[in-house]
Design a protein around this ligand. Sequence first.
Ligand code: SAM
Length: 191
Amino acid sequence: MTPERYRRLRDVLDKRQPDLTVLMENVHKPHNLSAILRTADAVGVYEAHAVNPTGGVPTFHDTSGGSEKWVYLRVHPNVDEAVAHLKERGFTVYAANLSERALDYREVDYTLPSAVLLGAEKWGVSPRAAELADADVVIPMMGMVQSLNVSVAAAVILFEAQRQRLASGLYDRPRLDPLTYRRTLFEWAYP
Ligand code: SAM
């Protein structure tokens, strides 16, 4: 471990946001899951969540850029358990969902603990997940095609969250509790 590498790990950990996350509901294509994790890494998500239809460990694609090493992924057996887990930790769950009740994604305050729920490639957010979410958010669409690719939708919303968090200084000081910070630094430095 060179001093430069150690400093780099610390710089990244200093910006991790334990209160910003994504929940991927049955996002089953490895390249989409991987692209979302890569964006999650870029905005400082510490731990991402997935409900995996096969129940197994999700597989990654080289579109991840290796981000699965830096963003923890917690897999839940179903959406009820996933949302309960997030709500117990104080997250507001925003379903990225093209519904009538959806707010424009820019109207939400992502400086508060926020989880962005993304739906399956073909079917979108399930009715049960939409029922459990606190609110729906939508990225306005003005073209012929009804929806974005799920990883693109994740990026648009997560970078709005990053913009808001930068403006309110949430990247200016470490946000992880000291024990988690030290443990993660050790795991990253000596995998
Ligand atoms: N037919 C599906 C539907 O009606 O939801 C389309 C699914 S879309 C390809 C996959 C996921 O990407 C959606 O469940 C949603 O989470 C996200 N998504 C795509 N476009 C979106 C948009 N314009 N606003 C919000 N979320 C979007």
